[in-house]
Design a binder for this molecule. Sequence first.
Ligand code: NAD
Length: 244
Amino acid sequence: MAQSKRPAALVTGAAHGIGRAVAQHLLATGWDVGALDLPRTGLARTYGRARRALAIEGDVADEKIAPAAVEAMLDSFGRLDGIVSNAGIMIRKPVGRRELTDWYRVIDTNLTAAFLFARAGERALRRSKGSIVTIASTRAQMSEKDTEAYAASKGGLVALTHALSISFGPDVRVNCVSPGWIATKDYGKLRRKDHAQHPAGRVGKPQDIAEIVAFLLDRERSGFVTGANFVVDGGMTRKMIYEE
Ligand SMILES: NC(=O)c1ccc[n+]([C@@H]2O[C@H](COP(=O)([O-])OP(=O)(O)OC[C@H]3O[C@@H](n4cnc5c(N)ncnc54)[C@H](O)[C@@H]3O)[C@@H](O)[C@H]2O)c1
């Protein structure tokens, strides 16, 4: 395949929510996009007819998927300039009832997959002087009950990001975005107090994350940024809460 003139990014978890907003935003701003998600998540419906989009079905926790996805990108677009490791799940369970299989499912999907995609993409990204963006969470720093696996996976992702930025630099920049509350559906059904509790005055939208991801993928604009974690949470992690 001849190399496309446009940059190409692979986005995991692109069928819904934040990943979908990221993929659509990149498509709208001149990128070729590989949109990866689990089978039967409507990928073909969303991307099947989009020019410059490639729908890739697979489970990010499966070790074989990342190299296959990178190969598909190179076959289709001739290049790889960005990976957005966004696919993620949460399983809420009290510690005493958490099966080890649940624990591994969350860690494998949210954390190990980001390592697998970085490993698979390293060579192509070094060639393009590309970049990786991981999607962690403010839950890397703060928690609700019964979310140990998710919090651990996201904390690991923040650390994995800075470790990769050192190993892959200066060719490849690696950054992390930690969203707070991002309403991926029914934004209109949110309550006034849902918005009001945020210092920024509103709950987040997937587009809020898409904008910063696009900035971090763009070497022209963010070439001096690597190893960083960007908290995009409307200020919630800066707010002290004491009972009155
Ligand atoms: N929405 C929020 O408030 C919020 C806040 C902080 C962090 N995040 C993180 O942002 C990312 C996206 O979250 P979202 O709210 O858009 O979630 P979502 O559930 O709407 O979308 C996640 C997507 O990932 C896909 N996915 C899940 N497991 C997968 C696997 N094993 N292989 C391939 N694809 C898989 C799902 O099918 C889905 O399309 C996640 O990593 C999540 O932890 C979300």
